[in-house]
Ligand binder design. Sequence first.
Ligand code: UD2
Ligand code: MN
Length: 313
Amino acid sequence: LPNEGSTWISSRNNTEPCPEKPSSLVGPVTVKFVKSVKLEEVQAENPNVQLGGHYSPPCVAKDHVALIVPFRHREEHLRQLLHYLHPFLQKQQIDYTIYIVNQFGEKTFNRAKLMNVGYVEALKDFPYDCFIFSDVDLVPMDDRNLYHCYSQPRHFAVAMDKFGFRLPYSGYFGGVSGLSKVQFLKINGFPNNYWGWGGEDDDIYNRCVLLYLNFLFSFVHGTFIIHVRNPLIFCRITLNGMKVSRPDSNIGRYRMIQHHRDAKNEANPKRFTQISKTRWTMMTDGLNSLKYQLVKKDVYPLYTNITVDIETP
Ligand code: UD2
Ligand code: MN
């Protein structure tokens, strides 16, 4: 692994910062899931990707991105994702590594907890400052949708084919999202308690905006006076307030590989009550309460695999 003798070769003898908008971008890219993909082919097509699924552009990138994918039994989807994503990210001149976080065993799936594990384990390899969380079955259709971090938590997958290329509701945060390390720490990471399908993305959305709402709330209820009298508190709360940022819907376009609901990922019946309580649960459920057993970590040519036992509800 990179921190053990550092096997990654930095192409940064160049000290030029990467451009805001690389000239290699073309806009819409064709995404078709027709033939099945072989990993050897993807490897041959991407000679500049280094062991573990790492790439450094020939310029100094703004952030170091860990791209984290929650995973179990979706091998064909993973091959498609790697086939499209590696060329996409290199064209964008992103400094990145792809992490596949594979849930060990056959118990109920937990997407958000796997993403927390990805965050913690990636940081053991390298001091990443940006984390992008992506479903394994979502492929971006426009290379201007830049996979780096923004001044606010980013929701990338705004226009998916399965929702008629529109945002299904204004608080939607599913599919692909990205937070800087600072933003991720502010919200105590993601929830660990959403077992099965659904709700965890809304909880994450709540975590991001509640800090902001909490500020407005105290503003309305007069605590604001105290905040004004005590500029330290005022500044702290104001700075914590976050909003979600998004690309234009003509740029944030995605195709999802069609699939059925997986076994052991049935809809979580508790999700509605859970979402209504984020405000009270977020500071005790998250990164600070994360427990798991690492089963194994392997570096493959196109990605780093983390197999993890996240136990059961
Ligand atoms: C939607 C959201 C997703 C998440 C989910 C609710 C879209 C495109 N995505 O996905 O972000 O909020 O609802 O939990 O609307 N996975 C596996 N193996 C499994 C089960 C899940 O690898 O057995 C992973 C995989 O990365 C998959 C993701 O979890 O893409 C989400 O699961 P899904 O694709 O079955 O759910 P979907 O498409 O409704
Ligand atoms: Mn899906």
